[in-house]
Design a protein around this ligand. Structure first.
Ligand code: PRP
Ligand code: URA
Length: 209
C-alpha cells in the first residue's frame, strides 16, 4: 500500500489556515497556495535517491552527494493544480511539466477529461501529480489512470486538502501511489465539497466566482 503522509510542518498548517479563510482574496490565495506547494514539495522529496560524486572545490577534491534517481516531472490537474506548479518548480526547477485537464461534472460529480499533454519521456520519470483538492477522488484517480495508460510507472500525488473518502478511493484504485496531504479534513457535504475545506479551489485561485 502507498504511504499516506499528512504534513505536520507548522508553516504548512499555518498557511493552510490562511487559505481556508473566506475573506482571503485571489491574489493572496494564489501566493499562499504557491508557498504551500513549495513546502510540501520539500517534504515530499526527502527520500529522493542520492549518489556519491567526486568534485573539486577551490580548496581540494571531495566526494559530494548528488541526486541520482529518476528525473522528475510535475503534472497539475487543470485548473486548480496550476496554482501549485510554480511552487513545485521553485524546489525542483529542472522538472518537466505535463498537464491533464479534468473537471468534475456538477450533476454526476464524475471527472470529464478535456486535455492531456505530457513530456515525451514521462514514462521514465518520477511524476508528482498535483491538485489542491482531493474530494471524492474521482479526478485524481482518473488522472493517475490516464498517466498509467501512457506508461508512467512512478507516481506520487500531492494535495493541500483531502477528504477521507478521496484518500480511501485513491488507496483502493492506486495502492502503489504515495499520497502527500497538507490537511486531512472531516467529510464531504451534499455537493461533494470538502468540509470544512476552502470552497472551490479553482474559483479561489483564478477569481472566477
Ligand atoms: C476540483 C479540484 C479537483 C477536483 C476534486 O476541480 O481541483 O480537481 O475538483 O474533486 P474530486 O476529488 O471529487 O474529483 P474542478 O472539477 O472544480 O475543476 P477546476 O479545477 O477546473 O475548477
Ligand atoms: N473541488 C474543490 O475545489 N473543492 C472541494 O471542496 C471539492 C472539490
Amino acid at each position: 500500500m502507498g504511504k499516506v503522509q499528512v504534513m505536520e510542518h507548522p508553516l504548512i498548517q499555518h498557511k493552510i489556515t490562511c487559505i481556508r479563510r473566506e475573506e482571503l482574496g485571489s491574489k493572496e490565495f494564489r501566493a499562499i497556495v504557491g508557498e504551500i506547494a513549495s513546502l510540501m514539495c520539500y517534504e515530499a522529496t526527502r527520500n529522493l535517491k542520492l549518489g556519491d560524486v567526486k568534485i573539486k572545490t577551490p580548496i581540494c577534491e571531495m566526494i559530494g552527494k548528488e541526486l541520482c534517481g529518476k528525473k522528475l516531472a510535475v503534472v497539475p490537474i487543470l485548473r486548480a493544480g496550476l496554482g501549485m506548479v510554480d511552487g513545485m518548480l521553485s524546489i525542483i526547477p529542472t522538472a518537466k511539466v505535463g498537464h491533464i485537464g479534468l473537471y468534475r461534472d456538477p450533476e454526476t460529480f464524475k471527472p470529464v477529461e478535456y486535455y492531456c499533454k505530457l513530456p515525451a519521456d514521462c514514462g521514465e520519470r518520477e511524476v508528482f501529480v498535483v491538485d489542491p483538492m482531493l474530494a471524492t477522488g474521482g479526478s485524481s484517480v482518473a488522472a493517475i489512470q490516464l498517466l498509467k495508460e501512457k506508461g508512467v510507472k512512478n507516481i506520487r500525488f500531492m494535495c493541500i486538502i483531502a477528504a477521507p473518502e478521496g484518500v480511501e478511493y485513491m488507496q483502493k484504485e492506486h495502492p502503489d501511489v504515495d499520497l502527500y496531504i497538507g490537511a486531512l479534513d472531516e467529510c464531504l457535504d451534499e455537493h461533494k465539497y470538502i468540509v470544512p475545506g476552502l470552497g472551490d479551489a479553482g474559483d479561489r485561485i483564478f477569481g472566477t466566482k
